[in-house]
Design a protein around this ligand. Structure first.
Ligand code: PFF
Length: 462
């Protein structure tokens, strides 16, 4: 089925441009605020192994699914599924657009905090006392400050996406991604010299298979969810980015590079943060935004030159978040350009403005941020990924293998192996992650826990 409005489509200028854009999208807050903490908490080297297994068995085949759909149709997610499936599948494409829209609204709020914390470092403002750091985070995370930095971040995202694929996104990631890599490596080298380094490495990496054996029911689906989030899957990003690709590209090779770099950077971030924690004598504690902005900030407040290292660290995280956020805005913008015939500048400004407004509740109250996050990341993202895997794996015959073959040549047995990975492990892992997401969201909605549960929030505020 053809899309209603056909407009000339931009393409990436270079192969490197596409790869860096996809890496830029993949490397973001997820790599910093979830990955290292999950490794530290959930069994160190043992969890790392499970995670790598998931990246290879689930993430890699699922990324190829999005790539073949995008490149074949040269369309945004809605247009792509309209062309390939038509009917109700068009609405499945719509799930991707909604997911991206909602995720970006609160992602931008958290990204705003990283800018604020970079500035806080320069001001010499990190509190070394944990309780004081918590109070400080409370004032900066919600309210006018948070809204202002959310606005600044969204303005930067809009400015880049408005310039288009080649002149906007591709140019920006060619500067941003190498910067992220070089600075993160530099910080890791610095962290190596800290007193707490060796203790930190053993906390981060010593394998504890016991933790996994005891908690595999929750760890495995969580690892699948994290693999999806960190690779920017289930948001339509990789469909959209691949839609600007020509047929001569080897999608499997490109995916392997993208996934390798994303994982490597996430791993290196752990080599930065844990030595800082252990040198300051701060317990890395629980995962989540608190660990980054409360415990880590307090650790920066404690160590020599911590203000400077902290400022550089948070600024780098802000850049990583920016190169991710542009990919999500591009999904929604490409939908409006392809399907509604709206010009890029108008679409970018309109959608960017709407996403800013949707983010305001998240910038005013952390419980509301969780309300959006649990729904978009815990449910919608997994649901979109699952439906797409079923579509390409079970319902579209040979299309996937044919598309993958372009730019590779003969796939041999790999083509079948890929489809079977999509059909069984990817689908099963996503079903498990979806169930976990729905149960978790239900718990959150009905929880009376002070400052955390939504039922509590309703009683408190309405
Ligand atoms: N892969 C991104 C990350 O790990 O942070 C996921 C992402 C989330 C990308 C939100 C873009 C975005 F706006």
């Amino acid at each position: 089925m053809a899309s209603s409005i056909d407009v000339p489509r931009e393409q990436w200028a270079t192969r490197l441009g596409f790869i860096l854009a996809a890496v830029g999208s993949a490397v973001g807050l997820g790599n910093v605020w979830r990955f290292p903490f999950a490794v530290g908490e959930e069994g160190g080297g043992a969890f790392l192994l499970v995670y790598l297994l998931f990246i290879v068995l689930i993430g890699f085949p699922a990324m190829l699914v999005e790539f073949v759909v995008g490149r074949r149709t040269q369309r945004n997610p809605v247009g792509a599924l309209k062309r390939l499936g038509g009917g109700a599948w068009t609405y499945v494409g719509g799930i991707f657009i909604v997911t991206g829209f909602v995720i970006l609204s609160y992602y931008s709020v958290v990204a705003g905090w990283t800018i604020r914390y970079a500035i806080l470092g320069v001001q010499g403002g990190y509190e070394s006392d944990l309780e004081a750091a918590e109070v400080q985070f409370g004032t900066l995370a919600s309210g006018l400050d948070a809204i202002a930095f959310h606005a600044i971040f969204m303005a930067a995202v809009i400015a880049i996406v408005a310039l288009g694929i080649k002149r906007g996104i591709e140019l920006a990631v060619k500067v941003m991604v190498p910067t992220i890599i070089v600075i993160t490596l530099g910080l890791a080298a610095y962290a190596f010299t800290l007193d707490g380094a060796s203790e930190a490495y053993s906390y981060y990496l010593s394998p504890e298979f016991g933790v996994i054996a005891a908690e595999w029911q929750s760890i495995l689906p969580a690892a699948a969810g994290q693999a999806f989030f960190t690779l920017s899957l289930g948001m339509g990003v990789m469909i959209t980015y691949a839609s600007y690709l020509g047929e001569d590209r080897n999608l499997a090779e490109d995916s392997a590079i993208i996934i390798g770099l994303d994982t490597l950077i996430a791993f290196i971030v752990g080599l930065v943060v844990f030595p800082v924690f252990f040198t300051a004598g701060v317990d890395p504690g629980e995962g989540g935004p608190g660990s980054l902005f409360v415990t880590l900030a307090a650790a920066f407040g404690d160590i020599t030159l911590g203000w400077l290292i902290g400022a550089v660290f948070f600024a780098t995280v802000a850049i990583a978040a920016l190169s991710s956020a542009i990919s999500i805005l591009e999904v929604v913008v490409s939908y409006l350009i392809d399907e509604k015939g709206i010009d890029r500048k108008t679409a970018t400004l309109g959608v960017g403005g709407a996403i800013f407004l949707l983010g305001i509740p998240s910038a005013m109250d952390l419980v509301l941020l969780d309300l959006f996050d649990g729904f978009a990341d815990g449910i919608l993202l997994v649901l979109g990924g699952l439906l797409l895997a079923v579509f390409v794996g079970w319902l579209t015959g040979n299309f996937g293998r044919e598309e993958l073959r372009k730019g590779i040549g003969d796939l041999g047995a790999y083509g079948d192996a890929w489809i079977w990975f999509v059909r069984i492990p990817v689908v099963l892992a996503l079903i498990a992650a979806l169930i976990l997401g729905i149960l978790g969201y239900y718990d959150f909605l009905t929880s009376m826990e002070e400052g955390e549960g939504f039922a509590w929030w309703i009683e408190e505020n309405l």
